[in-house]
Design a protein around this ligand. Sequence first.
Ligand SMILES: [Zn+2]
Ligand SMILES: [Zn+2]
Length: 359
Amino acid sequence: MWMRSRAAVLTELEKIEFKEITIPDLEAGEVLIKLRACALCATDYKAYSKGHKILRPPVVLGHEIVGEVVEVAEDVEGLSKGDRLAIGGYAPCGGCYYCLRGQYTLCENMFKPIGKSPDGLPILEGMIFPGGFSELIKLPERVVKFSSVKLSAGISDDEATLIEPLACVLKSMRLAEITRSQNVLIIGGGPMGLLHLLACKASGCGKIFVSEIDEQRLGIAEDLGALGVNPRERGVAEYIKSHTGGRGADVVFVDVPSINALSQAFSAVRKGGVICLFAGFPPREAGASVDVNLIHYFDLRVVGSFGYDPVSFAESAGLLEAGRIDVKPLITHRIRLDEVDEGFRLMAEKAALKIIVRA
Ligand SMILES: [Zn+2]
Ligand SMILES: [Zn+2]
């Protein structure tokens, strides 16, 4: 018997319909959860407002999830009804060329369309169905194994939704090979930039600079321990060099997808430093050019980082559960499942940091 669930369905760009949908039955290894909370993310907003390569309407968005187990397939071990889980939207296969080399986000068997639900919603390989903004969510076996953690009573639903975005941040820090006492510049003081700030602080980084044009966000970054700099008011590179013996930042995270952010990064990084492209650029800006001689003559390392992997997901859950990172200041709004469109409106106005959808 198929199950019915109510969900916020993106039926066309900028249009969410709250309606009943069908959830196919559980297959081997799968788990069904009831939504408790799901945070809105910039990726959701992009899919809602501008379109997304994979998440095309009709589709249910949402991937920063906390849910409660309501049913497990017979062969699932270690999970039972009532368990509270933090869940990410996808998980790698674990056996392809890239997975065997630990490069899980490049998995060859992930994100591919493998079917459609009776309502025409996409079923994608290695991904949850239908998405986080649904009362019921089906987890494929590999999400159960690699991208979910059982939560203790000590962490709230709202905080635990940030395990997924923090896991993305931790993976980027691993790829940037950040080490203790390094000076870091984070370009962008939105939710991801602030998570970078908190994670860098918890990792024992040295000076942490946040570049942000919005004064309110800049103020929050400063309250959380950053040296804030508004590029509309002063030269970012000069400011950072004046605080780092004239050298510049050891590592720069580009959390804003803009050409300005990119040129800030190249001017503020020190010789031999690292630039991590954390934000995905829209096609219009993605062709931005850089002076490659800066990379060559100054031994720069430019790395990209997309998403989280099983390693960083576990690490993120550990840090939040242990109280090593306090994400509460980032949670500014709570809405109901039938108010997802209102959440996107708040994001459009940059009036919110993290918005949590509560079931
Ligand atoms: Zn996200
Ligand atoms: Zn794989």
